[in-house]
Design a protein around this ligand. Sequence first.
Ligand SMILES: Cc1cc2nc3c(=O)[nH]c(=O)nc-3n(C[C@H](O)[C@H](O)[C@H](O)COP(=O)(O)O)c2cc1C
Ligand SMILES: [Mn+2]
Length: 525
Amino acid sequence: MSYPYRDLRDHLAALDSRGLLIRVTERVNKDTELVPLVRLQFRGLPEERRRAFLFEHVTDSRDRSFDGSVAIGTFAASRGVYATALGAPLDQVGAVWQQALSSPIEPKLVDTGPCKDVVIVGPDVLDASGGVDAFPHPVSTPGFDNAPFLTSPYWVTRDPESGEYNVGTYRGMIKGPRRVGLQMDTPSQHIAVHLRKARRLGRRLEVAVVLGGVPAVGLASVQKLPYGVSEYAITGGLMGEPLEVVRCETVNLEVPASAEVIIEGTIDPENLEPEGPFGEASGYLGPRTMSPALEVTAITHRRSPVVQAFISEFPPSESTLMRKIGFENVYRRFLRQACNIDAVQDVCFYELASCNMMFVIRLSDPTPGQAWQALYAASGYEPSMGKIVVAVDDDVDTSDLESVIWALSFRMQPRRDVRILDGKLPRLDPSAPLPPGGEIAATGSALLIDATRSGPYPPASLPAQEHMLRALSLWEELDLPALSLREPWHGYELGAWTDENREEARLATLGRYLETGLKLSNPPT
Ligand SMILES: Cc1cc2nc3c(=O)[nH]c(=O)nc-3n(C[C@H](O)[C@H](O)[C@H](O)COP(=O)(O)O)c2cc1C
Ligand SMILES: [Mn+2]
């Protein structure tokens, strides 16, 4: 299977043909109206009814009009939108990710591409064109954010020592025609590693910020991959073919050929300046931090560019849904392959926990020790992720939090089954103790909970499957309302059940319970 899109525009056409795109032709102000309109569907519609938006007539609070449009929610307004971006049926999303992670494909260099339609180089020309501010970047949280931020950028950099590529999504504050602030959540972000190395070598770091292009780049760019794994190669894995890249004008970097906008420049790793605050996936405004800034040397773009934004901030959002799907696949593979825990079936992340704070690992018949192995290993993948990590058995439906609460309530004893680990990075967590300087430090902790059954259990107390199946046909005959059944929907044995229990239950279904009554009377009469 090869990837169906050459660029973002092909993907928008696919969304449109599936009824998943809302085109807005009315004038909409990007500084005040645009994101609030899209936000409403995340506060007022169920996920399956949410759609992507394309704003075709964008203005701003300075009464500017823009040659181009704004696309938002186009990767993950809903699971259907995400599957469309991946170019796969909904039930194949996991399989495509597992394939991409196990079979990356390196990008292919081509001579030129649509991202070179317009080339703007040099400080004076950039300033005269408006530079990065000439594009309709929306204000995400009007009333609280202090600027428009790039929310869907792919920051392309190379390891200053090895030359290896990294592509990561980090928000960018629009500070001037030639200046974009870079915010890094944690020192473990890969661009932060590149900046530390550049600083040690006494060099500036070359950067290209990509907007748009084939959607697969963006799905890889927000993914938590190990350091040294190239997101370009994972993009190729997702596409089943190499990503086409072109050379930049002013920096030694290659970028997706069909991108809408490329912002080239360098960062002085010695220079930090205030950035933010900005609405975050924690559901709160994030702090103002001292951060580096990109000094722009060139911009290249397509004619009438489609400027993409991710709707992020308060969860659930496009950001949390795309990270949920990504993380679930990365953690599953990590626990099963790298950590050798075959009992792991899947890992579920929760959008209201920003997909960083809480996750539940589902294990099938774990052997002694495997639940703790999975809990410690999952906690070890990334210092800023996993404040609450829970292990459950495979009869728990992790996508249904009520089912998780059932496991926590009757398969867990706090004194025996809970551990608290120290040394986590409390990312965007206002409840965490702040060290005196206000700098991020490992002052967070993690709660690990083994909520798997610790031994044989009595049966789940629902009627046995044959009786529930019979009930289902009766239900239909009686023309009762359509059901959507929750797991579990019938009883099943869990080890603690004897031949005698089984026989007594059988007799009861045959109406012969008085025989059991007699047996259980003292003295028998
Ligand atoms: C909408 C959105 C915004 C994000 N903003 C930031 C950000 O401002 N800073 C940051 O460090 N990570 C941010 N992330 C998370 C990173 O994209 C993620 O950690 C990714 O793994 C970074 O790439 P890396 O692992 O190569 O460093 C954001 C993710 C999304 C989906
Ligand atoms: Mn990376």
